[in-house]
Design a protein around this ligand. Sequence first.
Ligand SMILES: *Cc1c(COP(=O)(O)O)cnc(C)c1O
Length: 395
Amino acid sequence: MTDFTKTRAAFDLPQGITYLDGNSLGPMPAAATRRVARMMAEEWSQMLITGWNKAGWYVQPRKVGDRIARLIGAGAGEVVMGDTLSIKVFQALSAALALRPDRRVILSDSGNFPSDLYVAQGLARAMGATLRVVAPEEVEAAIDDNLAVLMLTEVDYRSGRRHDIAALTARAHAAGALAIWDLAHSAGAVDVDLLGADADFAVGCTYKYLNGGPGAPAFIWTHPRHAEAAEPILQGWMGHAAPFAFDQEYRPAPGIERMRVGTPPVIALTALDAALDVWDGVSMADLRARSVELTEAFISGVEVNCPELRLASPRDPAMRGSQVGFRHPHGYAVMQALIAGGVIGDFRAPDILRFGFAPLYNDLDDVARAVDVLARVLRDGNWDDEVFHQKAAVT
Ligand SMILES: *Cc1c(COP(=O)(O)O)cnc(C)c1O
């Protein structure tokens, strides 16, 4: 059994705060400070440029990738770190389109995060493709034989609605298309099984449920069957077969290494590596069970105590990730009052109060406190929009 008391103790959480926003920015594991300080003092300061080999900076994107692979049902040597998620979306999508040269339709859904859609729009323009966007529940029916690539985010950033990766990937494959999965709100939150689902590409960020810190690098996974065929359009020297030969011509590195672009963010990767220590000994099945326990307790607590809120997330936990949304017409102001009361969630336009539950550090006491403060805020009516807009203007 995973010891969630131990994982919670690994975080430096501010006193008196109930943090339900780890789906946006995970809190800091105490070990990250020490690890980064040591890296600066012993590696950067003393090794200077030799740190690339001596301290293993050069191979760090793959080594950290291997640690993430375990959390998303991928194999060792299949994941590499670097850049930001938006850039990894670009790489996966451009590589997937190139693998289906006779087809030019990309399908996504309106619940996707805007940046993914923006990247797809730009890429569609450059590669002469068309981006089709349908409602999340219409995705399955929209898959047809013209489709080149199905590109979806598993867990909706607003509602927490969860797509079935295995079922939709199978539908895409049956139509001759490839499937790319964005795991931004899945990695470290739900039990992802990329190999089991037979997905083609996956990408994700590490500053949400993986607690890598603001601006932590993204990851990309390629199914081994595409690893030697995928051709990233964004090709840089660190993804070259022989970066230090300084050839004039690009030749892709073997396997997932070709998805590297330029110099990796070593300091950020060091903080992330320390954050991943917390995952040692965590079973993803236990994580998922704990996440369902927390979100179920929160939903029932809110529905009993705050009848004016409307659930914006699927009621069935099987259809939901590790976050819960509730609608309120004055959602922004309610969330500001909640934050002032020590419970940090966030607001997503137009009217969603969003709460992320991270089993590594959230517990049933957090759920009870959040429900209490939320009920008090709503009862007191202390969420006047005017007041909070004025407040925002002076701070
Ligand atoms: C958080 C998130 C992003 C953010 O991308 P960055 O390039 O890291 O800023 C992109 N896509 C999805 C689905 C997200 O949830």
